[in-house]
Design a protein around this ligand. Sequence first.
Ligand SMILES: Nc1ncnc2c1ncn2[C@@H]1O[C@H](COP(=O)(O)OP(=O)(O)OP(=O)(O)O)[C@@H](O)[C@H]1O
Ligand SMILES: [Mg+2]
Length: 236
Amino acid sequence: MRLEVGITGKTFKSAAGGTHEVLAPMKFSLQSGEVGVLIGPSGCGKSTMLRIILGLDRDFEGHVARPPEARIGMVFQEPRLLPWRSVEQNVRLAAPDVTDAKLSELFKILELEAHRSHFPGELSLGLARRVALARAFAVEPDLLVLDEPLASLDDALAGRLRDEIATLVASRSVMTLLVTHSLDDAIRLGDRLFFLSPRPAHIVQAVPISIPRAERNEAELARIRAELAALQLESK
Ligand SMILES: Nc1ncnc2c1ncn2[C@@H]1O[C@H](COP(=O)(O)OP(=O)(O)OP(=O)(O)O)[C@@H](O)[C@H]1O
Ligand SMILES: [Mg+2]
């Protein structure tokens, strides 16, 4: 499976009638098992790009080729849960085929067991984000799109979830596209880092990380950090 992105432009029309150029030409592809990371300043167009890639916004120039049969798991920047459904129902609605065992495993990993029957209005933002992650994982996706999924989680939990994302990617050859402001998440998870310019976003530099994820110990991570620092790329 392969995702091909060839965007040549995206503009929004403002209410006042002006145009607002959000994406400049950019091109990249991802294959199964690969994690692409998008890093760029706030407002540069990352979430807009993800919506285009998912087919939720068709008003753009260029083309995106998604594998037609791919199952898609998505974590939006805001958790977007159905307020009138419980945590468990929110996940089951997105993943009707999920087994009880799989659901229990996910809730355990994401530390949501005590919240199964709670409603979104009763959750903190961090909990709601975890439900959104459970929902994305439960569909057993081929294409996983994550828009800052670890924001507002404490460091320890964010670290555990980052490991879970890595395990999922390794076990099922998922194609993953991750937006993050954390260079640390990027170098622990990514196979290729795409550093974006301010709006209109284009790829300033694509940096491959060739060391397998499982072999990235603290010494390797420090080396990668130093290499990136030498490239003088902005991390946010
Ligand atoms: N529906 C819309 N109509 C008009 N302008 C929009 C719309 N959605 C986004 N924009 C504008 O497009 C630009 C890019 O927004 P986007 O949400 O893609 O940024 P982002 O890179 O995801 O930022 P952040 O890191 O803060 O999430 C911003 O200037 C935003 O105001
Ligand atoms: Mg965004």
